[in-house]
Design a protein around this ligand. Sequence first.
Ligand code: 1HE
Length: 267
Amino acid sequence: MADQPARNFVSYELQGEIAHIGLNRPEKRNAISDSFVEMIADAVARAESEAKAAVLYGHGDHFCAGLDLAEHVKKTPIEGIRGSRRWHAVFGTIEHGTIPWISALHGAVVGGGLELAASTHIRVTERSAFFALPEGQRGIFVGGGGSVRVARLAGAARMTDMMLTGRVATADEAERWNLVQYVVDTGEARRKAHELALAAAGNATISNYAVINALPRIQDMAKEDGLFVESFIASFTATSPEAEERLRAFLDKRAARVKAPGTAGGG
Ligand code: 1HE
């Protein structure tokens, strides 16, 4: 193994109801090795069990430099498949778990780092960040879900450009390409991600579950199937005890109103 599994490459902190999970191998730019993937899996499981939302960020100057290339020089084909499928499984627990995940991006968001960010539900980036898929330059292909998740965010044409030409996107380009939803100043991503996580944590748990699990699946369905499934989920959530209380609170004028952006309490 190219890394020392004895050290934990993932920091974990619970701030109230929000878990903060930090990729913590800055000396290798948070490159993800086999043991690192397992540490991410453990942190995700812990956040799922005790938090209402989670923030994912990188320690040091970069979010993540992707796959640990040192470990992959001499892998056999079947070992490569096992590794890729393990990334799929672990990133899938983020994407299709029970709590919303917000990633706070800065520096390099590259290769598997972008694939990891794409498995979170909302991406916040600092202006300094840069986004790339240098797999072609390394003689490999995406293996952490990028051909599905990154392509669905940015579109296959943009991903093809990034992979064929090595194009490196700025934060503003990443926002235009739908790779990220928020661009903030340097040093601000984690704070903004926490603010968004708090907002999401304030929703009904069942609504959040429906958003993160039903919405992507409905996207994959034919239109009529999607509408059919939507009705069941809408009815299931609306008839839950939590919905009854929240609907009652609105009608009794105990719940916050939607405010226009720029007004007190608005976005
Ligand atoms: C690494 C890795 C890594 C850095 N695997 N060791 N990813 C890439 O092709 C990106 C490769 N990395 C870079 O382009 C640069 O390192 C960065 C732009 C991210 C950062 O640059 P910089 O100047 O801050 O750092 P550095 O000097 O290049 O690297 C510092 C150390 O980290 C150095 O090790 P050292 O022992 O010489 O100190 C680097 O070798 C090491 N390092 N990145 C291993 N990725 C599931 S499929 C996903 C497929 C992919 O992710 S492909 C994309 C891989």
